[in-house]
Design a protein. Structure first.
Length: 317
């Protein structure tokens, strides 16, 4: 809503013209990484402590979900990196394992759930592990993506927060070189991108969407590494939204998206386990990238208007 429209709304004398609803604008061709741009208000940047003001309609429920390690799964598939594909197939927390490699920690006994599993209690105590949002795990995640997006091993200390965690440039560089040696598929894919863009500065996601760049040298290289990962992630989210809206037309309504989070509103007439299951089935569909088939699981929750969120376990009760 622009300023003139807002002033007109606030000065209207007709109470019926006041609608207790937000109508954001979606721009579907505004970003190079294919993410839809949401403005008026900018929901992707909406502060978490204000999200509660964007409530459901009365007599509706919400199904929301986040994708689990989506971009990492894309990297594993398009690079055909066997070690990473194996880690993900086992359901291990790859970000935590990367963190262990970077900081020299032993792996947790149960890598599928480092944060809460009872068998990992001694491991968590030994390194004072704070869970999924531990600063070291955040650093491990940034470490992985910085490498995949073209940062050189010798420059890894440029990652924000690296010095505060007590790492030295040499330790970070050695950790980066160990990672690349451990994942030959990723290293080969990155080398292939560098060779290919010398002939033509074009990138495509595994779903076929294209980016042509006028950048040069290292900026071009990093952009061509970024695009097939981040744009593919956006393509997947966007396609799932369109498929869900078509498949369940009139049963579910898109509330909003925030990065890889998607929220659906479901009217009372369709609120139930079956509707939620059908939405999640579309979200967790199988994809294929360069012959590698993969799925991206979601962590989902449900809530009824005026109630608290509940983790989705196959039932809304």
């Amino acid at each position: 809503m622009n300023l003139a429209a807002l002033q007109d709304l606030l000065t209207t004398r007709d109470p019926a013209a006041l609608v207790d609803r937000v109508y954001p604008r979606y721009g579907t061709h505004s970003q190079s990484n294919h993410r839809w741009s949401t403005t008026d208000p900018p929901l992707a940047q909406f502060p978490e402590d204000l999200e509660a003001i964007l409530d459901l309609d009365p007599n509706t429920g919400e199904l929301g979900y986040d994708y689990d390690q989506q971009e990492r799964r894309i990297v594993a598939a398009i690079s055909q990196d066997a070690p990473m594909l194996g880690t993900l197939a086992k359901g291990w927390d790859a970000h935590t394992l990367d963190t262990c490699d970077v900081f020299g920690y032993a792996y947790p006994p149960v890598p599928t759930d480092p944060h809460t599993h009872a068998a990992n209690a001694a491991w968590r105590e030994a390194i004072s592990w704070k869970g999924k949002k531990d600063r070291r795990r955040v650093m491990g995640k940034n470490f992985f993506f910085s490498l995949c997006y073209g940062k050189l091993p010798k420059n890894m200390m440029e990652i924000p927060g690296a010095r505060a965690l007590g790492m030295s440039p040499k330790r970070f560089e050695d950790a980066a070189n160990r990672f690349l040696a451990k994942h030959p598929g990723i290293r080969k894919w990155m080398q292939g991108v560098r060779t290919r863009i010398k002939l033509r500065p074009v990138s495509r996601t595994f779903l076929g969407t294209r980016r042509y760049s006028h950048l040069r040298d290292n900026e071009l290289y990093r952009a061509m590494l970024d695009h097939p990962i981040q744009a593919a992630a956006a393509d997947m989210v966007n396609l799932v939204i369109v498929q869900t809206a078509n498949k369940l037309a009139g049963e579910v309504y898109l509330r909003w998206t925030k990065h890889d989070f998607v929220s659906w509103m479901i009217p009372e007439a369709h609120w139930g386990r079956n509707t939620c299951r059908r939405v999640i089935e579309v979200a967790e569909q199988e994809w294929e990238a360069d012959g590698v088939k993969f799925r991206v699981p979601v962590s989902a929750f449900t809530r009824w208007y005026g109630e608290e969120k509940r983790a989705w376990t196959g039932s809304i009760s």
